[in-house]
Design a protein around this ligand. Structure first.
Ligand SMILES: O=C(O)CCC(=O)Nc1cc2ccccc2cn1
Ligand SMILES: [Mn+2]
Length: 253
C-alpha cells in the first residue's frame, strides 16, 4: 500500500541520515564546512520549492533587517535578501516541515558525535529570497558574539543555477586559512558550517531570484550563557526563538 511505501521510504531515509551524519561530523571536524547534494531528491525538493514560491507570492517575505550604522543616513548596504520565519506548522508548508524534520534527523545523529557541543535546540526556519537585481549579502559572521548558535544549516532550492549568468555564489573564508570555499546555491543541496568567527562568508551579487531555507542549531551551554548575559535586554535579535529538535518518529512517520 501507499503507507507501506511511505514507511519504506522513511526507513531508507533514516538509515541514510545515519550514514550522512558521520560524513557531516567528519567534514565539520576537518573543514568546518559540509556540503550534501541531492539531500531529499527531485520530487520532495520541488514540493518544498512550490511552498516557498507560495510564501513569496503571498507577500509574506520582508526585507532582511538592515544593520543601521550610527545614524540611519549611514545605513550602508548590508543585505538584499527578503526573509520570513516559519516553524513548518503553517498551512500549506508540510514539505518545509518535512525538510526541517530531516535536517533535525541528521543533526540528532551528529549531536552526540560533535562532543564539543550539546545540540538540543534550534531557531525556526528562515526562508530567504535574493530577488536578483544584484542583491547580495556583504561579508559577515553569523554568530560573532557567542549568542548560542553553533551550526548554520542551509538548504538551497535553485534549479539550473549557473553562477556565470546568475551569480549568487556563497563564499566562505575559513579563519586561519588562505583557501576560500565557493558554494553554488544548487537545487536540493544542503550545507552545514560552524556559525562562529571560523566562517566569515558573503553572498555575491545575484542576477536571478535565489531561494534558501536556513536553520541555526544552538549549543545548550553557549545558549544558556548568552541568555544570562542578555537577560532582560530588549535586544530582539538576541531573542530569536529556540525550539527543540523534531525527534524521530515525531514527524518522520
Ligand atoms: O544564502 C546563503 O548562501 C547565506 C546567506 C546568509 O549568510 N544569510 C544570513 C542571514 C541572516 C539573517 C539574520 C541574521 C543573520 C544572518 C546571517 N546570514
Ligand atoms: Mn550568514
Amino acid at each position: 500500500t501507499a503507507l507501506q511505501t511511505r514507511e519504506q521510504y522513511l526507513s531508507i531515509l533514516r538509515s541514510r541520515f545515519k550514514v550522512l551524519a558521520q560524513y557531516v561530523v567528519d567534514c565539520l571536524t576537518k573543514y568546518g564546512i559540509c556540503v550534501i547534494d541531492k539531500f531529499l531528491g527531485e520530487v520532495t525538493g520541488h514540493e518544498i520549492l512550490k511552498e516557498v514560491l507560495q510564501l513569496s507570492s503571498a507577500g509574506v517575505m520582508r526585507q532582511g533587517q538592515l544593520v543601521h550604522g550610527p545614524s540611519s543616513s549611514s545605513n550602508k548596504y548590508i543585505r538584499g535578501d527578503m526573509i520570513t520565519w516559519v516553524d513548518g506548522t503553517e498551512p500549506r508548508s508540510e514539505n518545509i516541515h518535512f525538510l526541517i524534520s530531516c535536517m533535525d534527523a541528521v543533526m540528532l545523529q551528529c549531536a552526540d558525535k560533535l562532543e564539543m557541543y550539546r545540540i538540543n535546540e534550534r531557531t525556526k526556519a528562515m526562508v530567504a529570497c535574493y530577488p536578483g537585481r544584484k542583491t547580495r549579502y556583504v561579508r559577515h559572521v553569523d554568530n560573532p558574539n557567542g549568542d548560542g548558535r553553533c551550526i548554520t544549516c542551509i538548504y538551497y532550492l535553485n534549479e539550473n543555477w549557473d553562477v556565470r549568468q546568475h551569480g549568487g555564489l556563497l563564499r566562505i573564508y575559513p579563519e586561519g586559512s588562505d583557501r576560500v570555499a565557493s558554494i553554488e546555491p544548487k537545487f536540493d543541496r544542503l550545507l552545514f558550517f560552524w556559525s562562529d568567527r571560523r566562517n566569515p562568508h558573503e553572498v555575491e551579487q545575484s542576477f536571478r531570484e535565489r531561494y534558501a531555507i536556513t536553520v541555526w542549531y544552538y549549543d545548550a551551554e553557549e545558549r544558556a550563557q548568552a541568555l544570562k548575559r542578555f537577560k532582560g535586554s530588549t535586544d530582539s535579535s538576541m531573542k530569536p526563538h529556540a525550539v527543540p529538535l523534531i525527534k524521530e518518529g515525531q514527524d518522520l512517520q
